[in-house]
Design a protein around this ligand. Sequence first.
Ligand SMILES: Cc1cc2nc3c(=O)[nH]c(=O)nc-3n(C[C@H](O)[C@H](O)[C@H](O)COP(=O)(O)OP(=O)(O)OC[C@H]3O[C@@H](n4cnc5c(N)ncnc54)[C@H](O)[C@@H]3O)c2cc1C
Length: 387
Amino acid sequence: MSELFPFSKEHEMLRSAARDFAQNEIAPIAAEFDESGEFPYKTIKKMGEMGLMGIEIPEEYGGAGMDTLSYVLALEEICKVDAAHGVIMSVNNSLYCFGINKFGTDAQKEKFLRPVASGSSIGAYSLTEPMSGSDAGTMRSRAVLDGDAYVLNGRKSWVTSGPVADFMVVFMMTDPDKKQKGITAFLVDAKKPGFIRGKKEPKLGIRASATSEIVFEDYHCPVEDRLGQEGEGFKIAMAVLDAGRIGIATQALGISEAAYDAAANYANEREAFGQKIGEFQGISFKIADMKTRIEASRLLIYQAALAKENSKITGQRYSLEASMAKLFASETAMFVSHAAVQIHGGMGYSKELPVERYFRDAKITEIYEGTSEIQRLVIARIELNQR
Ligand SMILES: Cc1cc2nc3c(=O)[nH]c(=O)nc-3n(C[C@H](O)[C@H](O)[C@H](O)COP(=O)(O)OP(=O)(O)OC[C@H]3O[C@@H](n4cnc5c(N)ncnc54)[C@H](O)[C@@H]3O)c2cc1C
């Protein structure tokens, strides 16, 4: 299907490099790292050397200087093989690099963007807290200006790459009375005092991606490391999530494709009652629905990628396209991976095949970077306000 799209030679080259790397270097270790929950330093470092950790960032700041479609095509190949490598890549590219490139000063780009976009350091994004997820306006962490630095205190939770990140963009309250409008974004360095890595989260899926709490205890953040103005944090967090949601939609697409390939091959091989199971309508209709939803996800993702690319010229938001792509692709990943386990029967439940991993990995795509309920809120609000 995707052959119908007029991709450039550069798109095809990047996609094929990402595919070769994923098949040759990630596929052989994916199950082992899923089992151990270890962070895959070596392969992530190589992805950085290949330019995959800052695809859309200009070359002058250490990135590959390519477009959103390039990002999506490369990420899809990584996620087809391992969704854990995929989320590390997605967070680094969209939740960390994208925001600094869009809202940062030249000095901030030099200090915080270059090392992460070039792949020599790892970036993270921290909005969520134990008592505040979908409703960011209720966050309890505080940043108080004291002379020429803010003093940051609080407990942030569920930070992807938290246990390994070198730098992080963190959102804290500077004016609690203003709720969402009182949130400010800060760029922080994990080596500085007051940045404490907390409890590592044991997880159902994407187990090789490290997730943890981060505790701030009197962390001093110089005023020049504040991202944007005081009170602009929520706006920045949401703009960055638009970009992030295209990445998570792509992660979901990769998981769906892997689960679908496994299921379609199995349906053509496995026999029961004297025929291939794919010849039973109960199975073949599942295959038809899986394939159709996957291709619909792909179209929504490519549309969102083009809308994001367009926004670089027009400045227009692409929240609608990003939320629709994330909502549909993540629910498709759950549908497809569930059906793939069922088509495999008992073997779908076995750790000897990767299908059970696809099923476990798919679930997170409906939760992080805005749950499916939140995507529906975003889509409905935009649609109803336009009338
Ligand atoms: C593995 C993992 C990695 C993560 N990585 C990061 C990260 O790197 N950085 C970061 O900042 N966060 C991260 N998160 C946090 C994630 O984004 C939140 O878990 C998510 O936004 C939901 O917030 P919550 O868990 O507090 O759920 P809640 O907001 O408490 O929601 C609970 C339930 O209520 C529903 N709900 C809430 N509000 C509404 C509403 N208005 N209408 C209808 N239903 C509603 C939700 O959809 C959900 O079903 C990660 C989470 C996980 C599990």
